[in-house]
Design a protein around this ligand. Sequence first.
Ligand SMILES: *Cc1c(COP(=O)(O)O)cnc(C)c1O
Length: 396
Amino acid sequence: MTAPRIPGRRLLHSPGPTPIPDAVLHAMAQQPMDLADPRVDATIAACEGGLKRLLHTREADVFMYAANGHGGWEAVIENVAAVGETVLVCGTGHFSESWAVQSEALGREVVRTPWREGCPVDLQALEEALRADRAHTIRAVFVVHTDTASSVTTDLAPIRPLLDRLGHPALFVADVVASVAACPFDFDALGVDVAIGASQKGLMCPPGLSFTAVNARALAHAKDIKAPRFYWDWARRKSALSYMKFCGTPPMNLLFGMEAALGLLFAEGLPAVWERHALVAGAVHAAVEGWKEGGALDFLAVDPATRSVSVTTITVRPDTDIEALRTVARERFQVAIAGGLGPMSGRAFRIGHLGDCNVAMILGAIAGVEAALRTQGIPVGQGGVQRAVEALARAT
Ligand SMILES: *Cc1c(COP(=O)(O)O)cnc(C)c1O
């Protein structure tokens, strides 16, 4: 049985996939090309150049994969440590833990810093773990910039100075899947060695394309790693030939979409894109401040300064049926929201607000979520939507 068509537009407020602009959909709706067609090379060059500009790097190489974000993670794991070698994963929530579990499944040893619920990376614990590693066995430090499950953004600025102060040679690897094109990220200035992104969040594309940006230091490091690899191998992909860049046929239609999406971001201007994300996120935060007064809901992020501009995780009372709430929100009020993940499963829901989102969309989403909360008998106080409207009126 197929579900009936919903008239009008349904609002997609999962933190990935996110809505895709029509211009991106249209760019993808064309025939693939033969591999020698110079248009394919031009599109790949535009994507590589655009991603470098977006990440603010002059020096890094960009390697793209026909894979989701987990493919990007796998590429990193296979290139930065051999089986039996160690990586350090900074605890930020479900996404850091998933990356750690994937590393272990691939035979790597993992040192974890603890996740403190609702908090960013514990820098003290990171320093202690690095100090304890006198033999420098840790090959890389993995940090998730915005953990999409906890909706907390970690300030990445202290990490390179910490590694340098301790004289620790580990690579600094940042997962920017949920933050890139939503808030500033400066690969070169932050001293990042490797960054990982994916298409379906701030980049406004369908799922299925991920990328790693890799500086010269990380490329040299990877060459010395004694891990057998082929598809994910950075060295193999460093080529002028498009067939080598993708270890086979480039995923052309995804690349046409990515080229168009990057064009939209640069036409809007990155500072304007970041400002728009902050504005929209501010409306959601204002609404949650109102809903909190009902006594049943709260932010997961402890410190307001760490709340991400991409997604907001809202905790609920233990007896709340979140899947029922999501179904009512989606089917009755046409707003698709996300559930809690990992340790927050059944304890929180999430409103995504990244990518191709504007103030009208977020007001619709907030009102729809509030309506769904009321329908489910969850106390939300009086002023959620009102506060969102006021926050936007004040800001614009
Ligand atoms: C979504 C996400 C991933 C995983 O991406 P998939 O495309 O779902 O495999 C990894 N890291 C972060 C921070 C994410 O938000």
